[in-house]
Design a protein around this ligand. Structure first.
Ligand code: ADP
Length: 257
């Protein structure tokens, strides 16, 4: 708390009292700390791929480019790291758009099952590569009012995580049904799970349960932060159940009206 005070005098310039103003700055301070952390995190996340790109390019220029095998290996790394940077910047731009006050959803009446049908094929190959069984249980004929692209982004991010964090031969199930007030979609996996103490933090930007593993899977650490934001701007909600080494289920609820 910050206190600002001023004396009050009467007509004879005698001290009559004082005004004290108490400012509750905890919220402001918290925001300020969050902003600083965010800038530090972004810088760090950008720096990692850039350091790698710079190092490999430098080695190539110093003569390593003469050997074909080395050249191809290093160029492949440079290419991968550039893609990483691109993903990270796309995610940052998405987040900043969602946070703008003037952000508007393009809400239309959509057939929910059709939206899912557009998405699932994008993951068929990745699931097959890991011999993961991907099943879809969708109640037909559900319609809802959402921003179709944002809805797809939510499901895409949840599915991408489910595949990344599920070992070979696992199962992923997407279900969609309706409750009184909302359309409910769940994405359940039989993956590595999330420790209970980490559950409240996974929606924070750049929070990762296991830093190295997440980087290897190509994640930016922003996927769930984006999902949470999209659910908020829709007036919906997201919940998660998870058991370590058993699996994780995310539930999202989009209001019908
Ligand atoms: P990332 O790009 O690291 O996947 P996210 O914001 O999408 O970032 O997720 C944050 C963290 O939550 C991940 O690093 C991972 O530790 C954990 N997580 C998310 N989804 C799952 C899942 N389906 N199974 C296990 N852990 C998960």
């Amino acid at each position: 708390i910050e206190i600002v005070g001023a004396p009050i005098f009467n007509e004879k310039k005698m001290l009559k009292g004082a005004v004290l103003v108490f400012y509750d700055i905890t919220e402001l301070k918290k925001l300020e700390i969050m902003r600083k952390d965010f800038v530090a995190n972004v810088s760090h996340e950008l720096k990692t791929p850039i350091t790698s790109i710079k190092g490999f390019a430098e080695t190539l220029l110093d003569g390593a480019a003469k050997e074909q095998e080395t050249r191809e290996k290093f160029l492949a790394i440079i290419f991968e790291e550039s893609k990483r940077l691109n993903l990270l910047i796309d995610d940052l731009l998405t987040l900043s758009k969602l946070e703008k006050d003037e952000f508007r959803l393009h809400v239309t009446e959509v057939n929910a099952a059709e939206l899912l049908r557009d998405i699932i094929p994008m993951f068929k190959q990745r699931a097959e590569n890991k011999q993961i069984q991907l099943s879809v249980n969708v109640e037909q004929g559900l319609s809802m009012k959402v921003d179709a692209d944002r809805f797809k982004q939510v499901i895409i991010n949840l599915l991408a995580n489910a595949i990344s964090y599920t070992p070979e031969h696992g199962e992923i199930t997407v279900t969609m049904d309706e409750t009184d007030q909302s359309i409910h979609v769940s994405v359940a996996d039989t993956g590595i799970g999330i420790p209970q103490d980490a559950l409240p933090r996974i929606f924070e930007r750049f929070y990762r349960v296991d830093k190295t593993r997440s980087r290897n899977t190509g994640g930016t650490g922003l996927g769930l932060a984006i999902v949470k934001h999209i659910m908020e701007v829709h007036g919906g909600k997201i919940t998660v159940d998870s058991e370590l080494n058993k699996g994780t289920t995310f539930h999202v609820y989009f209001p019908k009206a």
